[in-house]
Design a protein. Structure first.
Length: 75
């Protein structure tokens, strides 16, 4: 995500490999939609982009603790 931010600042495009975005998305944002493009969804989950039909993530936070500790609460 930070590489994408830097690339955009330089007027460049950046899109990481699907396997990387899927791993990061599923680990840090387990509540994120699974039926959308993973890179676009990761950008949405971090408040960097809109995802059609979903509210923009203005107050996002990752879930860095083990997934077994996730209480399934998004807020």
């Amino acid at each position: 995500m930070h590489t994408s931010d830097a690339a955009r600042g330089l007027g460049l495009e950046f899109e990481p490999p699907e396997v990387l975005t899927q791993s990061v998305l599923r680990r840090l944002f387990p509540w994120a939609p699974r039926d959308t493009d993973t890179w676009e969804t990761l950008l949405w989950a971090t408040g960097r982009a809109d995802l059609p039909g979903l509210e923009r993530q203005d107050h996002w936070h990752p879930h860095p603790a083990p997934l077994s500790e996730w209480d399934r609460d998004v807020d």
